[in-house]
Design a protein around this ligand. Sequence first.
Ligand SMILES: [Fe+2]
Ligand SMILES: [Fe+2]
Length: 222
Amino acid sequence: MLLSMETLKADEEVEAIMRMSERSIEALGYTEHSRRHSTIVSRWSGDILRGLGKSEEIVRLGEIAGYLHDIGNCINRQDHAMSGANLAYNIVRRLGLSCSQAAEIMAAIGNHDEQFGLPVSDISSALIIADKADVHKSRVKKNIENVLRANIHDRVNLAAERSYLETDKEKGTITLFIEIDTSLCSVMDYFEIYFSRMRLSRKAAEFLGCKFSLVINGNSLV
Ligand SMILES: [Fe+2]
Ligand SMILES: [Fe+2]
């Protein structure tokens, strides 16, 4: 039987590690990496895989990897993909996943970060696309005055009114739609920050046999 998302989310160890990750990231002043982000990335990873007709097992493994992908932040932001992959392997084994299912999750989490990550499996590809797609103003935790002066990362997130993904199996496309308030950030600002993430998303879509498209404010860019 597949591990349910309810069981995973209610697990004491998962809960404690997620809470500590949130506290650490908040202390560093980084963009939000909390349960809101994890829940969205989990759902979007599953949606991509389901949209491409993958098995229920693969869809669920994608959802689990999505939920756990940033738990390495509990240890340190540096190399959080590697540390999170290790942590997640042991957690999901304890929760009853087989070695090969746990290995799928480990590989996906270990490859989600744009610095060293690469699409190595269907699950890792879906996770990369889902993670990089979550740009939203609710991820900015600082006050707006500081944000507008100081930090392009936060400014881009703050300008993002909405982002969502669409997977079309027939057309072979995965499209990221973003709505940006251009009074807060230009499309060029967005590209400055997200170029490497979009490049990795394109590779990930190719791994899944799809073309990656980006539509900002209704204009198709890639
Ligand atoms: Fe991450
Ligand atoms: Fe993330």
